[in-house]
Ligand binder design. Structure first.
Ligand SMILES: NC(=O)c1ccc[n+]([C@@H]2O[C@H](COP(=O)([O-])OP(=O)(O)OC[C@H]3O[C@@H](n4cnc5c(N)ncnc54)[C@H](OP(=O)(O)O)[C@@H]3O)[C@@H](O)[C@H]2O)c1
Length: 233
């Protein structure tokens, strides 16, 4: 029996990934972590019917409980084989209008909690190997005036992923990092409220890449930041 832990599965890219990955039968058990329980339940209803889903109500802006949550998942299912760190947060603001609370929340949800989840899940993966996938962003790769806390937190995620790829390789734990461009989700709406969502990538486009990496497609890839961008029409 193999277990996959997913954050951000209540909507957008995380939801599409959970649904698509469940159909590959790569994992038997799923733990979906988030605050929007209704959203997580809706995701679970659309996942393959012959897998187990454990819904966990947790707020990634308070990482203190995460070690306990990971232990609980491992106790329930016996193993942890995969972690998809997909949850993300943004409240775009320029340097003069941002607050310490905004910076702190952005870094906690986008970097610190994913880091704690990686550390705690890797403790279980160490025995048999495993896979970790983190979501950064193209915003972490080039300047984004007005998005400084979000963009810099995503740059940090690229670096964290690269370092942990090297650190965890000896245990057979692969670390992947993808940086999507514009994708039609609630988070994107916050960053670009006037954009027509039908003109950009859909969550399923990004989910397809994630499932590919987590499946055999990722066997000869790790560490490097993989850009996922809509092809130019
Ligand atoms: N859309 C894009 O253009 C784009 C581009 C590059 C990277 N990304 C990244 O892709 C990831 C997924 O975002 P999305 O675009 O699919 O947007 P989304 O639909 O708004 O999803 C964001 C997810 O993050 C979770 N989340 C936010 N704050 C949380 C908190 N405090 N505790 C627990 N979970 C929290 C939400 O879950 P709950 O509400 O259930 O808590 C939600 O499932 C993010 O990391 C984002 O930065 C998106």
């Amino acid at each position: 029996m193999r277990t996959c832990v997913i954050t951000g599965a209540s909507s957008g890219i995380g939801r599409a990934s959970a649904i698509m990955l469940s159909q590959t039968r790569e994992y038997d058990n799923y733990a979906l972590i988030g605050r929007n329980i209704k959203g997580l339940e809706e995701t679970a209803q659309n996942m393959a019917s012959d897998i187990n889903v454990y819904i966990i109500n947790a707020d990634l802006s308070t990482p203190e409980n995460l070690p306990h949550i990971v232990d609980e998942i491992a106790e329930k299912y016996g193993t942890i084989d995969c972690l998809l760190n997909i949850a993300g947060y943004t409240e775009p603001a320029s340097i003069f209008s941002t607050t310490y609370e905004n910076i702190q929340a952005t870094y906690t949800i986008n970097c610190f909690s994913p880091f704690i989840l990686m550390r705690e899940c890797a403790k279980y993966m160490k025995k048999k190997g495993g896979k970790i996938l983190n979501i950064a962003s193209t915003a972490g790769m080039s300047p984004r005036p007005g998005w400084v806390s979000y963009a810099s937190s995503k740059a940090a995620m690229i670096s964290i992923s690269q370092t942990l790829t090297e650190e965890l390789a000896e245990y057979g734990i692969k670390v992947y990092c993808i940086s999507p461009g514009r994708c039609a989700t609630n988070l994107r709406k916050k960053l670009a409220p006037d954009e027509d969502p039908s003109t950009i990538m859909q969550p399923e486009d990004v989910a397809r890449i994630i499932c590919n990496l987590i499946g055999e497609g990722g066997n000869c890839i790790d560490g490097q930041n993989i850009v996922v961008r809509q092809k130019i029409k």
